[in-house]
Structure formats: structure tokens, C-alpha cells
Design a protein around this ligand. Sequence first.
Ligand SMILES: CC(C)(COP(=O)(O)OP(=O)(O)OC[C@H]1O[C@@H](n2cnc3c(N)ncnc32)[C@H](O)[C@@H]1OP(=O)(O)O)[C@@H](O)C(=O)NCCC(=O)NCCS
Length: 185
Amino acid sequence: MIDTEALRTQPELTGGHVVLTQLDETYFETAWKALQEPETIRLTGTHTRFTPEQIRTWLAGRTGLDDRADYAIVRKEDRAHVGDLALTDIDKDNRSASFRIALNGPEFFGKGYGTEATRLLLDYAFDVVGLHRVSLEVFDYNPRAQRAYEKAGFVREGLQREALWWDGEWHDVVTMAILKTDPRP
Ligand SMILES: CC(C)(COP(=O)(O)OP(=O)(O)OC[C@H]1O[C@@H](n2cnc3c(N)ncnc32)[C@H](O)[C@@H]1OP(=O)(O)O)[C@@H](O)C(=O)NCCC(=O)NCCS
């Protein structure tokens, strides 16, 4: 059984260096700035260009949902907003979900924030919400993300050949997943 109340209320999740807290419209300024970051746009393959109003509305709608969980990643020492991550597409029958993460810019990459946030969210997904499987897609040109996912326990399952058209070229998309019963290093 999925704990839908745990999804609706999204408890704060605290690690050594980052805290995961409900994403909402109070994060608009930093979220909007992050959406303009070319490196993040490339690594997340974001084709859509959003308006500020679309983002405000989207952020305001993140609370109280029971089919997904959207968290802001804040740095523990100063509560600076360093990124977001989410469990999406929660399938209650099969107890599965998709995962996505993006830090707000290159100044936050490579400091361990992504791996720690991913581990915190997986513990919540499996031990609190009651999910059995969490999967993700990552581009072939993003070895940093693939490494961070492996460190958190995701296992490579497959390759979607030429599934992404980016910057005038086709790219493969790697599929990774972790089960509740897999090691969480
Ligand atoms: C992907 C992301 C969440 C990872 O978080 P992070 O905090 O930067 O990653 P971490 O510091 O926890 O770990 C990165 C690991 O990748 C390794 N790494 C960095 N660049 C690498 C490269 N070019 N090739 C292989 N490994 C690399 C680091 O050495 C580190 O591994 P280690 O601890 O074994 O040394 C973050 O970089 C990010 O948001 N990037 C932009 C958006 C994005 O890519 N989102 C994911 C889309 S699927």
C-alpha cells in the first residue's frame, strides 16, 4: 500500500549537508533563474520555454498532491535553495514512480548535494511512502548524473537509442532504476 498521506504532507527530510523541503511558490526567484541556466537546460533536455506566470502557477500547485512529491533542495547551513527533485508519475497499483533532479546551476554541481538529496528522497520513497520501484532517464552526455545515480543505488537497465534530438544531433537515453530491495549504498 502507498501512504498517500505521506505524499500529501511531504515531511522535511534532513541530511548532513542538505534538507529537502516542500517545493512551493516561495522558491520562484531562484527556480526562475535556474530555468535560464544553459547548462541545466542542456542536461535536462528542456525544449519548452516557460513564462514566469507558468512557473509561478506550477510552483503554487505543488502542495497537497498525492500522485507526486516535489521537494526543494536547500543547503543545511544557510537554507540557500540549491535545486529541486521529485517523484513523479506515481503508479499506486504497481508501487512505482519516476525520479528527476536538477541543481540550480554549475556553482552547485560536484559538491555531493545531488547524491545526498537523491539518497534522502529514495529513503522516503521506499521506507515512508511504500514504493517498490523508482526509475529515471538520463542522457548519454551526462556522466556526472549517471555517476551520482549509481552512488545512490540506481542500476542501469537499458538504452533508448537516439531518443533525444538536441543541438542538431541524436542522443541515446539511458534508463536506470532502483528497487526497494536493492542495496542503498
Ligand atoms: C546530476 C546532479 C543532480 C548530480 O548532483 P551533484 O551534486 O553535482 O553530484 P555529486 O557531487 O553528488 O556526484 C557527482 C559524481 O560524478 C562524478 N563526475 C563528475 N563529472 C564526471 C564526469 N564527467 N564523468 C564521470 N563522473 C563524473 C563526480 O566525481 C562524483 O562522483 P564521485 O563522488 O565518485 O567522485 C547535478 O550535477 C545536476 O543537477 N546537474 C544538472 C542537471 C542534471 O544533469 N540533472 C539530471 C538530469 S537526468
